[in-house]
Design a protein around this ligand. Structure first.
Ligand SMILES: [Fe+2]
Ligand SMILES: [Fe+2]
Length: 144
């Protein structure tokens, strides 16, 4: 396959997103742990694992395509002062991910790169799942 700077760009942005999400959720797992919210802490820790698996899948694809597995500079971490604020921040992060994967997926479809397209679709579906979970947690919080 020929070098495609735009595809490289999508994969690099995706890897950066996943590593930023790992950093964000890991910090939130520890912070909610310190607050004594152990169920929420466990949930964030599970999210860390899922985002890490996403990063690994992207890296594997980049290796196959001969693209360097470098993320760009990670965005600053945003802790949130309350659990509700945390979940809102994470919601925005997941929405950005869905948009990125949707755009990347459409681009791969145009280029007829079916394998990368399938990966982008799978990741987008996972992020939609994360978004749904966050919405559920937020509505439970508001119901309390
Ligand atoms: Fe992810
Ligand atoms: Fe996610």
């Amino acid at each position: 396959m020929h070098m495609d700077p735009r595809l490289n760009g999508y994969l690099t942005r995706a890897l950066t997103h996943e590593l930023a999400a790992v950093q964000q959720y890991l910090m939130q797992a520890r912070l909610t742990g310190l607050w004594g919210l152990s169920a929420q802490s466990t949930q964030f820790r599970r999210d860390v694992n899922e985002e890490l698996v996403h990063a690994e899948r992207l890296m594997e694809r980049m290796l196959v395509l001969g693209i360097p597995c470098n993320a760009t500079q990670l965005p600053p971490i945003r802790p949130g002062r309350t659990l509700a604020e945390m979940l809102e921040i994470d919601r925005k992060l997941e929405i950005e991910a869905v948009r990125l994967y949707e755009e990347a997926m459409l681009y791969c479809a145009r280029r007829q790169d079916e394998e990368t397209q399938a990966l982008m679709r799978a990741l987008m579906e996972d992020e939609l799942g994360h978004l749904k979970e966050l919405d559920q947690q937020l509505s439970e919080l508001q119901g309390e």
